[in-house]
Design a protein around this ligand. Structure first.
Ligand SMILES: NC(=[NH2+])NCCC[C@H](N)C(=O)O
Length: 398
């Protein structure tokens, strides 16, 4: 099996997606904020939109792997099953009696159903027979015994491939932390990934995949903001240099707010030398160029404008920019709706949400073919085609 990613745009061969399931049906107006959704998606329509996204990729020769399938297959392996069960029971809110009851419930499920429970959670009322005990008695039927993971949809964030190595990330938001117990188990135990060593793991400083861009072979950009911390960027840089996976890493501070939670919400690549970028970011983003010193330790030079630093690191004269929207208001609206968050299937061919009419028109004027998908429901989680995909293999650029 080949796993290899040294570019954001070279032909995409294999991608990891997650078809949203019952975990989206757990969202209510009371919990959607803490579960990082801006609305309550219509689940059936979100699934249709996601199926259309997957078909658009398959029609263009991309192999689509589903996280739910890989997880169910992984859970057929006793050691993986034991590890994942233990991880979900390691929750101080449960207490001993309820923990034992949930443990018995999980032990009764076949791998497919167990995968569903680990992804979509478990409500108190579904735990039958009820194990009793103080904690159980004090809960309401709709309280979660196991929290749902509605953001699994955004497979970009919980792992990231750099050449032939995978970094299982360290997610910053409590609502997402448990996602990486699942991705880590898949990469560790699923036969498809036998022999793959983990470059990063969830016990380390926070790094999320939406902040990591493979600008060119041997060149990464890491956004630092609401999710990825400077310490996370430093740790990942040390590991990447240590393994010889990059010669330069640009560390890019981004505003610490929801609209710009990851670097890929303001900038994604659409050609080997072109990005679609939010105009405000194009003007204001700066980057620290980080290289390895004689001891292999990350060393940061002074900061300079991001676009300039990127072109220099990539060894090109200029990184071409295509801007979101046309006017500032449209740009702000379309940035919010993930107009910048495109997924390149090949150089000058990308998937984008259809609703970002002006940004897509700008892309086409610049010679980029746009495969439009609808995302009225998917977008309520604030993520676009790039967030919803984790490339596992792209044709090598080097
Ligand atoms: N790579 C991305 N931009 N991912 C978007 C993730 C959205 C998700 N609701 C979150 O807040 O974490």
């Amino acid at each position: 099996m080949v796993h290899y990613v040294d570019s954001e745009v070279s032909p995409l061969r294999t991608v990891l997606l997650h078809r949203p399931g019952h975990e989206l049906a757990r969202l209510t107006p009371r919990n959607n904020d803490s579960l990082l959704f801006d609305g309550i998606p219509w689940v059936g329509r979100a699934q249709e939109e996601h199926d259309a996204f997957a078909s658009a990729l398959r029609e263009r020769g991309v192999e689509v792997l589903y996280l739910g399938d890989l997880l169910a297959e992984t859970l057929a392996i006793p050691q993986a099953r034991a590890e994942l069960t233990e991880a979900v029971l390691d929750d101080r809110r449960l207490g001993d009696t309820l923990r034992a009851g949930v443990g018995r419930y999980l032990a009764d499920q076949d791998p497919r159903r167990l995968a569903d429970v680990l992804m979509s959670g478990l409500a108190h009322g579904e735990l039958k027979p009820g194990p009793g005990g103080l904690v159980y008695e004090l809960m309401e039927p709709n309280d979660f015994v196991i929290d749902p993971l509605p953001n699994l949809l955004f497979t970009r964030d919980s792992s990231v491939w750099v050449r032939d190595r995978v970094a299982v990330t360290s997610l910053a938001m409590p609502a997402r932390r448990r996602e990486t117990t699942l991705t880590r188990a898949i990469y560790r135990y699923h036969p498809r990934f036998a022999g793959v060593d983990l470059l990063y793991d969830p016990t380390l400083e926070h790094v999320e995949g939406g902040d990591v861009l493979v600008l060119a072979p041997q060149v990464l950009a890491i956004g630092v903001g609401e999710r990825t911390t400077p310490a996370g960027a430093e740790r990942l840089a040390r590991r990447v240099f240590g393994e010889g996976l990059a010669h330069t890493i640009l560390v890019v501070p981004i505003a610490q707010e929801r609209a710009t939670m990851h670097l890929d919400t303001v900038c994604t690549m659409v050609d080997v030398d072109a990005v679609v970028i939010y105009p405000n970011a194009a003007d204001s983003l700066r980057a620290y160029t980080v290289t390895a010193d004689a001891d292999g330790e990350p060393h940061a030079g002074p900061s300079r404008p991001f676009l300039e630093a990127a072109a220099a690191a990539m060894g090109i004269d200029r990184l071409r920019t295509i801007e979101t929207g046309l006017d500032p208001v449209t740009a702000e609206r379309e940035q919010w709706d993930d107009g910048n968050n495109t997924l390149a299937i090949a150089p000058r061919l990308c998937v984008a949400y259809e609703r970002n009419v002006e940004t897509n028109a700008q892309l086409e004027r610049a010679g980029i073919e746009v495969v439009r998908i609808s995302g009225s429901e998917l977008g309520s989680g604030r993520g676009g085609p790039r967030c919803m995909s984790c490339p596992i293999e792209r044709a090598p650029l080097t």
